[in-house]
Design a protein. Structure first.
Length: 247
């Protein structure tokens, strides 16, 4: 997926000698899941199913169940965001990359929980999903920093994830890291970066992208319709934040 993935697993003081094997197993599950999804959905892999669809060698009707399921999910988000999020590029090519990273993180989190891991932080290119606490059993939240789009060595804010009734996911979209890759509605929103905290990582990722695309109207829709916190950075460096980020 062209991004760095990190997995932090918190262990209790009573962790036994089997811990290293468990960590290796958890890491292998995450690596395999991301690799398999990349092989199916990457438009940078010429042999992927997504590339075959883009070239017209395969129709969506004849695509795999996984491809059709992710398209259906992306299409539902298009309806929910009034078109601010779309599974198609302006040239009509199906491009599910705006959904797949969040989906991969979501599935990796489910796999970690199935392995019995309860305290972890998964970070894929700045999109974060957490479970439990960095200090198992304490209720202490994980702490995430939001990078300044004008200075990659500086932070503009922080956010506590997890803990007691806290949001478990954080996602950031914008042009700072990858350049202009988001298709903006009606010429542009004026936001160069948007960070969304939500209960699940797909919601956070989709809405962050949609707000960059759709601007202030989409930001208002997101905060009205979903339980989210939002931090938006204007091109001039000014910030627009919901109360949770301001705190």
């Amino acid at each position: 997926m062209g991004t760095v993935i990190s997995l932090t697993l918190a262990d209790s003081p009573a962790a036994g000698p089997e811990t290293q094997d468990e960590l290796a197993a958890a890491t292998a599950v995450v690596e395999r899941l991301f690799r398999e999804l990349d092989e199916t959905f990457s438009l940078y892999r010429t042999a992927s199913e997504a590339s075959r669809l883009a070239r017209g060698e395969l129709t969506l009707r004849n695509a795999s169940p996984e491809m059709r399921a992710r398209y259906a999910e992306a299409h539902e988000w298009r309806l929910l965001t009034g078109g601010a999020f779309s599974p198609e590029r302006p040239d009509g090519v199906l491009d599910l990359s705006g959904l797949i990273k969040g989906h991969a993180i979501r599935e990796a989190g489910r796999s970690l929980l199935a392995l019995g891991r309860r305290d972890w932080c998964l970070n894929a290119g700045g999109d974060i999903l957490v479970s439990g606490s960095p200090v198992p059993g304490s209720g202490t939240p994980w702490k995430a920093g939001i990078v300044d789009p004008a200075d990659s060595h500086a932070l503009i804010s922080g956010y506590a994830l997890g803990g007691v009734e806290g949001h478990a996911a954080l996602a950031t979209s914008g042009s700072a890291e990858r350049g202009e890759h988001i298709w903006r509605v009606d010429g542009g929103s004026g936001f160069v970066q948007v960070t969304v905290a939500a209960a699940d990582v797909v919601t956070a990722d989709i809405l962050a992208t949609a707000i960059v695309s759709g601007g202030r109207p989409m930001l208002n829709l997101a905060t009205d319709q979903w339980d989210v916190a939002v931090l938006a950075v204007h091109a001039d460096g000014s910030l627009l934040a919901t109360p949770a980020f301001r705190r």
